[in-house]
Design a protein around this ligand. Structure first.
Ligand SMILES: NC(=O)c1ccc[n+]([C@@H]2O[C@H](COP(=O)([O-])OP(=O)(O)OC[C@H]3O[C@@H](n4cnc5c(N)ncnc54)[C@H](O)[C@@H]3O)[C@@H](O)[C@H]2O)c1
Length: 460
């Protein structure tokens, strides 16, 4: 629903190219709109709500704190995660909470969070939040799933070069005091074929980087995607496996991708090829990979993800965790990393920016773009010279709701409205022009009394 001239227009990461293009476009349109003195957007304030209070836990970046304070929110910041009991005691005072992966937002916590409007997960995953209960309580959850794509793509490039030059082994030997200068089985990557499985955010970034290295790029994806540069989409996974010198996996963990690379697929790969997995641990059948490496069919592999991963740092990568760990660790030319593909300072910074923007945008404009448990709804910004009130109505997804609400709004000038649903939850945004304070009070009270109402906010 956002438009090109709308300075509040929002980039959603939906395809390899759009996320980058949108952000460039957004920057350009923002500066162009300043230059052309296009009507500035109005800063909206919630009706009938105290000053908005935010709780930030787990050492969330000071950049995010500054962003929220600049928007007029009161911010309480703590370096550590809170326990469920602590949250239950104190969360009732807050309108939004920002966490990383250690704070668990359970059903009990959500029930105690009587003022809560939104949750921001300043990380990739959202498993730490009871998403369904949050949605039913009218609370959207925001995260930052794609801010580390570039970091993963760069790690894969490092792994391609490291595998083809056996860098891991040479480095380990030198640490053991062994000088082993060899060129046999060591290759340049120029002119070699990289096969990318899953051409999404990471796969497509990688495609560009690999071509800059002089590699030929093939990719396989379940959807047809416009290739970047000179990359070429192939029709089957088998074809990609048969033609590639390096195969790298960038698919989500789904029932159909579990065990996607097993004995049959490994046998299809070229003799002397390499396999790289930075996607999810269950995508590769690791005992089958061990057999292929032992037989000498594959020349090496790099793994960043595993079917079972330890919950904390320490000497945990053993046979108790995965019963093949010792066999895997003993193999030559295999790079093993502890799920660090996306772990960079830049990715952390981008997570902070993206989640604080999404959370702030929801609180101040009602936009749910980027929410994981909510329908994505947005309206173009209200300009500063408009006497308009925005209705943000979260309700149960059941028949007859829009008729009830439109009866209330029907006697006013509804300038624009948009609604969508996801599962049991539906969300309506509507902008009503030329309303008095009494009208606002009446609209607020009447919508709040409708039978399917969960949370209704009015912003003006
Ligand atoms: N190692 C790390 O630290 C790290 C960091 C970020 C992401 N990841 C993982 O990397 C993977 C890719 O992430 P992304 O952000 O590029 O995801 P994405 O959603 O942008 O792209 C995934 C692509 O895979 C395609 N796909 C889905 N099922 C497929 C199938 N059966 N066969 C072929 N293609 C299929 C999709 O169409 C999509 O184009 C995910 O599993 C993600 O969890 C790992």
């Amino acid at each position: 629903m956002s438009t090109a001239s709308d300075p509040h227009s929002v980039a959603v990461s939906i395809s390899p190219t759009t996320s980058n293009l949108h952000s460039i476009f957004r920057k350009n349109s923002a500066s162009a709109s300043v230059a052309a003195s296009i009507r500035p957007p109005k800063v909206l304030h919630p009706f009938a709500t105290d000053e908005l209070r935010l709780l930030l836990l787990e050492n969330i970046s000071q950049g995010a704190v500054a962003h929220f304070k600049a928007q007029g929110f009161q911010v309480d910041w703590y370096p550590k995660a809170w326990s469920e009991d602590e949250l239950i005691q104190k969360i009732g005072q807050y309108h939004a909470i920002g966490i990383r992966s250690k704070t668990k937002i359970t059903e009990k916590v959500i029930k105690a969070a009587t003022k809560l409007l939104a949750i921001g997960c300043f990380c990739i995953g959202t498993n730490q939040v009871d998403l369904l209960t949050a949605a039913k309580a009218g609370v959207p959850v925001f995260n930052s799933p794609f801010s580390n794509s570039r970091s993963v793509a760069e790690l894969v490039i490092a792994e391609i070069v490291s595998l083809s030059r056996q860098l891991g082994d040479r480095s380990r030997e030198m640490h053991d005091g062994v000088w082993n200068k060899v060129s046999k089985g060591c290759w340049e990557v120029r002119g070699k074929t990289l096969g990318i499985v899953g051409y999404g955010h990471i796969g497509s970034q990688l495609s560009v980087l690999a071509e800059a290295f002089g590699m030929r790029v093939l990719f396989y994806d379940v959807i047809n995607i416009m290739p970047l540069g000179s990359a070429k989409q192939v029709e089957t996974l088998d074809k990609l496996l048969q033609e590639s010198d390096f195969v790298t996996l960038h698919v989500p963990e789904l029932p159909e991708t579990t065990g996607m690379i097993s004995t049959k697929q490994l046998a299809l790969m070229k003799n002397g090829a390499y396999l790289i997995n930075n996607a999810r641990g269950k995508v590769v059948d690791i005992p089958a990979l061990i057999a292929s490496l032992k037989s000498g069919h594959l020349a090496g592999a790099a793994l960043d993800v595993y079917p079972s991963e330890p919950g904390a740092n320490g000497p945990h990568f053993d046979d108790q965790l995965n019963n093949w760990a010792t066999a895997l660790r003993a193999l030559p030319n295999i790079i093993l990393t502890p799920h660090i593909g996306g772990s960079t300072e830049e990715a952390q910074q981008m997570i902070g920016e993206e989640v604080s923007q999404a959370l702030g945008r929801y609180l101040t404009t009602g936009s749910t773009i980027g929410a994981v448990n909510f329908p994505e709804v947005d309206l173009r910004a209200i300009s500063a010279d408009e006497n308009t009130v925005r209705v943000c109505h979260v309700h149960a997804n059941q028949p007859g709701v829009l008729r009830q609400v439109n009866e209330i709004l029907g006697s006013h000038n509804v300038e624009k409205q948009f609604s969508d649903s996801k599962g049991d939850i539906a969300y309506l945004m509507a902008d009503i022009a030329d309303v008095s304070q009494e009208d606002i009070q009446s609209i607020h009270d009447r919508i709040n009394k409708t039978s399917a109402n969960i949370i209704t906010r009015l912003l003006s």
